[in-house]
Design a protein around this ligand. Structure first.
Ligand code: AMP
Length: 539
């Protein structure tokens, strides 16, 4: 028989993260490039005061525990305030991705039953349309003050007017830590979006995991380039206050030059985002011939990082790259790549090979790979199988869905194909549906794309399986060229043969002006497969 521990069972809740930062790091800054353009500066103490005003305002609007309050907003201090006030009163902050097709936005708002929508003025027409289309939506509030309310929105309630009359102190209620705090829908690229409902407990534990994963410390100035409408900006808005780290938000300006100047002027030390964002920043760093002055490390995830990107950051600009893997369903951080001490003495090139892997699990996330029959495969770095995970910040059920997404023994199947090596490094070879099945063998589209993106004349590459009379599927390489040069298939082969097995070499290359990018900044292979459905390889 076990013996019960005798420690306090204080609940792990989100609001105390911010209260802690206000008490112990009150003058630490939060800087935003506002939607209107100028920089906005605040700190944890003032933010906590405004969050308490907002809590009162939400209650005055009739928001009750469990209600869903939606946002259609960029990365700003007001969005941060909403994260905390909504969750703090026991309601649920439903972040809507403005890049979703409008019908899907209306669908997720209705499915969630969200009652109020806070929107950045850039989304005014959208917000008006959604209010008309979604029956549960009672009110829309513009995230600005009266002076910045667009003329066509005259008479609409603004955020600043909403909170202005409210008192600055509010006693945060205590409730069960398994209460829902925020809601994010999957990006819908593989069907109807599904709701992932994060609990306070999951978000707080994930914050501890996150600070250790990105080695955040009190001296850091952190910029989550990843949007706050996608998986809580990877949990940074919760994790940074826990550490007392300063935060910088880019608003809507995510292009390379804007990011560069913001990072440079604000002394950003650590930034996090998907590869497509870093392409813009890197191009601008090359133009400037330097990095933003204080930038020490970048965390890149959400899609596989191209080797050329790691090399550019590490070798040209002396910025540490940490590759990471996660999903909406895993809050999202699952693994992060840090070099084990035994690899520190390796030559830089060999270190970069290791850094290309997605990384090792952070404490709390268990991982295994299984074959098609569900048998667990060895962690030998070679056996590839379906990745399954479990842990306190991994989904148990989708919102309002009865069918369990878990295996009988309680694991969540990710739909990613991966290997795990003896050190625990995870290497994602593909999404299950993207892998190319050539004559019964598997070709990793991710590895092939990555290799192609190392070619000096190729900016962006995607590989899909196209129908083949003999092999069932063969790789088709679709590229965006860097300039006017378009290497021939033979030239591409001559380059790739140094990097991948001969039988992986693509059967054809097609050049396009751009690749379809989805609502979370990733290349949309489903769209490409649709476009090239009838593709015929030249015989
Ligand atoms: P989402 O839920 O939209 O964030 O997408 C999660 C999916 O993105 C994962 O299941 C992976 O397929 C993909 N993904 C995330 N991080 C990585 C990574 N570092 N390398 C390759 N794929 C990734």
């Amino acid at each position: 028989m076990t013996l019960a521990g005798l420690m306090m069972g204080r609940p792990l809740l989100v609001a105390p993260l911010l209260r802690y930062a206000a008490d112990y790091h009150g003058d630490t800054t939060i800087v935003t490039r506002s939607v209107e353009g100028p920089l906005h500066r605040t700190n944890y103490a003032d933010t906590h005061a405004r969050v308490q005003k907002l809590a009162h305002a939400l209650i005055a609007l009739g928001i009750k525990p469990g209600d869903r309050v939606a946002t259609l907003a960029w990365n700003t201090w007001r969005h941060l305030e909403l994260y905390y006030a909504v969750a703090g009163i026991g309601a649920v902050c439903h972040t809507v991705n403005p890049r979703l097709p409008v019908v899907q936005m209306a669908y997720v708002l209705s499915h969630a039953g969200s009652r109020v929508l806070f929107f950045d003025t850039t989304f005014l027409p959208l917000a008006v349309g959604l209010k008309a289309a979604v029956p549960t939506l009672e009110k829309v509030v513009a995230l600005c003050d009266a002076a910045n309310l667009p003329a066509e929105a005259k008479g609409m309630l603004t955020y600043e007017e909403l909170i202005a009359p409210q008192p600055e102190t509010y006693e945060w209620p205590e409730f069960n830590e398994n209460t829902a705090a925020s809601l994010c829908y999957t990006s819908g690229t593989t069907g109807i979006p599904k709701g992932v409902l994060y609990s306070h407990r999951a978000l707080v534990l994930h914050s501890y995991g996150m600070i250790s994963a990105v080695r955040m410390n009190v001296e850091d100035i952190v910029l989550p380039v990843v949007p706050m409408f996608h998986v809580n900006a990877w949990g940074i808005p919760y994790a940074a206050p826990l550490m007392g780290a300063a935060q910088v938000y880019a608003g809507r300006a995510m292009d390379g030059p804007s990011l560069f100047s913001l990072m440079d002027e604000e002394g950003v030390t650590c930034a996090l985002g998907v590869p497509t964002i870093w392409m813009g920043l890197l191009a601008h760093m090359k133009t400037m011939g330097r990095k933003p002055k204080a930038l020490r490390r970048v965390v890149i995830g959400g899609a596989a990082v191209p080797e050329a990107m790691v090399r550019a950051f590490e070798l040209d600009f002396d910025v540490d790259v940490h590759h990471g893997w996660g999903m909406t369903e895993t809050t999202p951080m699952g693994v992060i790549n840090t070099l084990k001490p035994k690899y520190k003495s390796l030559p830089r090139a060999a270190q970069i090979d290791i850094k290309m892997k997605q990384g090792r699990a952070i404490f709390g996330v268990d991982m295994r790979i299984v074959d098609e029959k569900g048998a667990v495969l060895p962690h030998d770095g070679v056996s590839a199988g379906l990745l399954q995970v479990r842990g306190p910040w991994v989904i148990k059920s989708y919102f309002k869905e009865e069918a369990s997404p878990l295996t009988e023994d309680g694991w969540f199947s990710t739909a990613d194909i991966a290997t795990l090596d003896g050190d625990g490094y995870l290497h994602i070879t593909d999404r299950a549906k993207d892998i190319i099945k050539s004559g019964g063998e598997w070709i990793s589209s991710l590895d092939l794309e990555n290799a192609a993106m190392g070619h000096p004349d190729i900016a962006l590459a995607a590989v899909i399986g196209a129908e083949h009379p003999r092999w069932l599927e063969r790789p088709l390489l679709i590229c965006v060229p860097k300039g006017d040069v378009r290497p021939t298939l033979e030239q591409i082969h001559a380059y790739l043969i140094q990097k991948v097995p001969k039988w992986w070499l693509p059967d054809a290359v097609e050049y396009v002006a751009s690749l379809p990018i989805g609502p979370t900044g990733k290349v949309q292979k489903t769209t490409l497969r649709e476009q090239y459905r009838a593709y015929k390889f030249a015989s």
